[in-house]
Ligand binder design. Structure first.
Ligand code: NAD
Ligand code: UDP
Length: 323
């Protein structure tokens, strides 16, 4: 069945791939974005499609639209981006979800909120199941993102309980792939860009901290499945790859795949940087019949190929003048 679908943050890394998939499936897609961390080139190829519409709008401001489904992805996701204006980040998560839940309530639309593994903070349970309540520093530099996403989860569940809104929560673990902002400061983009340019690869700390890296196609498949399960399972559900790598292992793998003669250098570890992270995806397997299909090696190869194909000069570093 064809649906009218709103994708907030639809011009971003994940949002643009989601829009592409939904447009290809024939849905009427409204992509809403304020272009804080993205550029129109991510979706310009969709503008000629009759079932795609692009709106420049900020979700902290009310908007009236009539849709059947809302994927709420609008929020800066990389630490350098979300710490650029932390108050705005918190507003985007909290005021933004209130505006989107308002549309969902008025239209009877289904809403999927892109939450994050950051709700677990620096976890003392490993791997992290959805039942783990987390270890977030509420006053640290990452809190604007972590606590904003936690508050958004709370608001979704309160609308589910008190207004019977059909909201769903996915907790996304580190995801990478083509169209991630080359200057977003995240580890995969930094390492690939640095290796391609024969620049030093910057390992923060001693590189023993771990992350689990999910390829974008696996992620998009999971969130579409979560949007389309029958009402009654709001989640939250973890979406991520169970393979766990130290940051040093990632650097070595990127260097091996890119080639070149970059050196690995150590830089100070940012405050509150989680020491380890790996999703328990038992619930996603059970409820969505989903598990990742793409190995880190294969996903990196595709991401490296994309980085080689773009002109880095077309992308601005993460210092946009947004308030
Ligand atoms: P991204 O920065 O590429 O995309 C976010 C998009 O939201 C951008 O296009 C940005 O311009 C837009 N945006 C930001 N603030 C906005 C506002 N106030 N109004 C309208 N648009 C706004 O990041 P991404 O990696 O594609 O992340 C998408 C979503 O997934 C985010 O909500 C993020 O928190 C979540 N997530 C991503 C990851 C990951 O590893 N990529 C992990 C966990 C959660
Ligand atoms: N990191 C790193 N070098 C970089 C960028 C990041 O060593 O150039 C580390 C960072 O300190 C963290 C991990 O890589 O331990 C993942 O960082 P990223 O910003 O990609 O995501 P997050 O910390 O939100 O998981």
């Amino acid at each position: 069945m064809i649906s009218r679908i709103l994708v907030t943050g639809g011009a971003g890394f994940l949002g643009s791939h989601l829009c592409e998939r939904l447009v290809d499936e024939g849905h009427d897609v409204i992509c809403l974005d304020n272009f804080f961390t993205s550029q129109k080139s991510n979706v310009s190829h969709l503008l000629k499609r009759p079932n795609f519409e692009l709106l420049r709008h900020d979700i902290t401001l009310p908007i009236f639209l009539e849709v059947d489904q809302i994927y709420n992805l609008a929020c800066p996701a990389a630490p350098g981006h979300y710490q650029f204006n932390p108050i705005k980040t918190m507003k985007t998560s909290v005021v933004g979800i209130i505006n989107m839940l308002g549309i969902a309530k008025r239209c009877g639309a289904r809403l999927l909120q892109a939450s994050t593994s950051e709700v677990y903070g620096d976890p003392d349970v490993h791997p992290q199941p959805e039942s783990y309540r987390g270890n977030v520093n509420p006053i640290g530099p990452r809190a604007c993102y972590d606590e904003g996403k936690r508050a958004a989860e709370t608001l979704c569940m309160d609308y589910v309980r008190s207004n019977n809104v059909d909201a769903r929560l996915v907790r996304i673990f580190n995801t990478y792939g083509p169209r991630m902002h080359p200057y977003d400061g995240r580890v995969v983009s930094n390492f690939i860009r640095q290796a391609i340019n024969n620049e030093p690869i910057t390992i923060f700390g001693d590189g023993s901290q771990t992350r689990s890296f999910c390829y974008r196609d696996d992620l998009v498949e999971a969130i579409i499945r979560m949007m389309n399960v029958p009402q009654g399972f709001p989640g939250p559900v973890n979406i991520g790859n169970q393979g766990e790598f130290t940051i040093r292992e990632l650097a070595e793998l990127v260097l091996e795949q890119v080639g070149g003669d970059s050196k690995l250098i150590e830089k100070p570890l940012p405050m509150d940087d989680p020491t380890r992270r790996r999703p328990d995806i038992s619930l996603a397997k059970e409820k969505l019949g989903w598990e990742p299909q793409t190995s880190l090696r294969d996903g990196l190869a595709q991401t490296i190929e994309w980085f080689r194909s773009i002109d880095l000069g077309d992308y601005r570093p993460p210092t946009p003048n947004f308030a």
